[in-house]
Design a protein around this ligand. Structure first.
Ligand SMILES: [Zn+2]
Length: 107
């Protein structure tokens, strides 16, 4: 995720956009710009499908070489974390700048 206004980047541990109570949109923690996160669910759905197919193929290959294969819990965790990382990147997520930081935070 990158702020479209000040171009600061967040990471997995630190979210760059914070949600405020009572507001639907999010705000950049650096420049206070209001942004809207638009998830492209069609692309995300395709991503999920590919990840599931990928995990099935990996499991197939592992079992084919005589290993016990990956457990469904491990596969779910792996697939879930891949999806969680990628769905926050383009083309899965579009960050729209709604308003620049016109209001300076006063006390
Ligand atoms: Zn910003």
């Amino acid at each position: 995720m990158e702020c479209p206004h000040c171009h600061n980047k967040g990471n997995v541990l630190k979210r760059i956009f914070s949600k405020r109570k009572g507001y639907e949109n999010r705000y950049c923690v650096h420049c206070n710009s209001e942004v809207k996160l638009i998830y492209n669910w069609k692309n995300i759905f395709l991503l999920i499908t590919f990840v599931i197919i990928g995990l099935i193929i990996i499991n197939f290959v592992i079992q084919a070489i005589g290993w016990p294969g990956i457990s469904s819990g491990f596969a779910g965790g792996l697939g879930g974390s891949i999806i969680a990382v990628y769905m926050r990147k383009p083309p899965f997520l579009k960050i729209e700048l709604i308003s620049k930081s016109k209001t300076k935070r006063r006390k």
